[in-house]
Design a protein around this ligand. Structure first.
Ligand SMILES: [Zn+2]
Length: 424
């Protein structure tokens, strides 16, 4: 760790260890590390952090905690890592404090934390001001809500409706789906009613999660870490370093391609905006108010039937269809309204989707770490806590997370496949 810091100035390493009876010998409790280019890169991404914990299958029952965000091109950027003795209120609280110290140092920083429902994590938030409202909000991963819902009610049709309700950006459509759930199973409707709507539905989110519904991103990282979970701690740190370097190199190359193509927006927003622009051919702007920059937009169907009317308010960056508010990129109705007001609709795309932000995110450089023979000598010894030594033979893993269908191997395999697709 000292070597990592020596050759990567600004690399962050924090320990929490307990003294033992022997002077100079300490017992390892928690270790946290992060690379300066990742920390600096975060400031060019949106204010969303996803956290997750994963088991390590070493001699000790350590857990690895990871925090990630999404870059301008909607790809995972690993931010910080930690090894803790177990997932508990204390370890999550320590991890969140470290996150806040390095990623959210100012009281003006805002953050949306997305995760599944670890009891320790939810309680820990109360102790770290950076994650408490109004500086921060906590949101559930929608897939975990749906999985827990399905574990309870065991009906695919209901589970699909739960997903649709959570992902819907239009308040009227959301209410309609909830009514459908109620008519099928009142108990299921009440179960969802007991979860704070802001925490699981896009329509009541207030724009904090910028359309990010799941913790897919930390699962991508888990995928990256696959195969390293049996290695010693230093090897795990080295691998997180080399994978981060690999991300920076690949994405800098991709970014250069976008710059050479004179793209203003990274591929994700660029392609979505183009697709929405193409949808405007059958949109008619009926009436508009120049002062308020608001308009009604009628969408015509090919058959001439089933036309719909949406209200666009450019000053409020909203359209009643809900799509603009959900992900921040103007919907087709807003793009058509912009044409009538002589406004460039792409100016409304948030800056965190720009090629410039993408470039800034990956501008930091890493330095290689020399071999052990170059390391400075240390005058202390770190040992593991023998109480945390895993039992030999098959060990039943105990999780603080509410078990759900995600824990079934075939469901996990499907999620991992999707994660690989999303990683790009
Ligand atoms: Zn719209």
């Amino acid at each position: 760790m000292a070597a990592l810091k020596k050759w990567n100035p600004g690399a962050v390493v924090e320990w929490l260890h307990l003294e033992t009876d022997i002077p100079g010998r300490y017992m390892l409790n928690y270790v946290f590390w992060a690379f300066r280019p990742c920390i600096e890169g975060y400031h060019y991404c949106r204010d969303v952090i996803s956290v997750d914990g994963t088991h390590l299958y070493t001699k000790y029952k350590h857990k690895m905690l990871v925090a990630v965000t999404l870059d301008a091109n909607q790809q995972v950027l690993p931010l910080v890592f930690a090894l803790v003795d177990e997932e508990s209120l204390e370890s999550w609280r320590w991890f969140l404090r470290m996150l806040s110290k390095y990623l959210l140092p100012s009281e003006d920083d805002r953050v949306c934390l997305i995760s599944d429902r670890h009891a320790g994590l939810i309680n820990a938030i109360n102790y770290v001001p950076a994650f408490k409202f109004p500086r921060g909000v906590y949101r559930f991963c929608l897939r975990y809500v749906c999985s827990n819902f399905n574990t309870k009610f065991k009906k695919i049709q209901l589970k699909d409706m739960c997903w649709r309700a959570g992902a819907e950006g239009n308040p009227r459509k959301f209410d309609r789906i909830m009514e459908e759930i109620k008519s099928l199973n009142e108990e299921a409707y009440d179960w969802l009613g007991r979860i704070d709507k802001a925490q699981w539905t896009l329509v009541h989110d207030g724009g904090w999660r910028t359309g990010i519904l799941t913790t897919n991103m930390s699962e991508c990282i888990n995928e990256v870490l696959k195969g390293v979970r049996r290695l010693p701690i230093m090897a795990i740190v080295q691998i997180t370093l080399s994978r981060s370097v690999q991300y920076f190199l690949q994405r800098s190359t991709r970014c250069n391609r976008m710059i050479n193509a004179n793209q203003q927006w990274a591929d994700f927003a660029f392609k979505l905006f183009e697709a929405r622009q193409a949808e405007t051919v059958r949109h008619i702007v009926q009436k508009f108010d120049y002062n308020q920059q608001s308009a009604s937009v009628v969408t015509l169907s090919l058959t001439g039937q089933g036309s719909r009317t949406y209200v666009v308010k450019l000053k409020h960056r909203m359209c009643s269809c809900g799509k603009w508010g959900a992900i921040g990129i103007p919907c087709s109705h807003a793009i058509q309204a912009c044409r009538h007001f002589g406004v460039n609709a792409s100016n409304f795309i948030p800056h965190y989707y720009s090629v410039q932000s993408y470039k800034n995110t990956y501008q930091g450089r890493f330095e290689p770490v020399y071999g052990e023979e170059y390391w400075d000598p240390v005058d202390f010894e770190l040992v593991h806590n023998p109480a945390l030594r895993a039992r030999r033979g098959p060990v039943r893993q105990v999780s603080t997370r509410i078990p759900n269908e995600m824990d079934r191997p075939q469901v996990r395999a499907r999620q991992q496949y999707q994660a690989r697709q999303a990683r790009g």
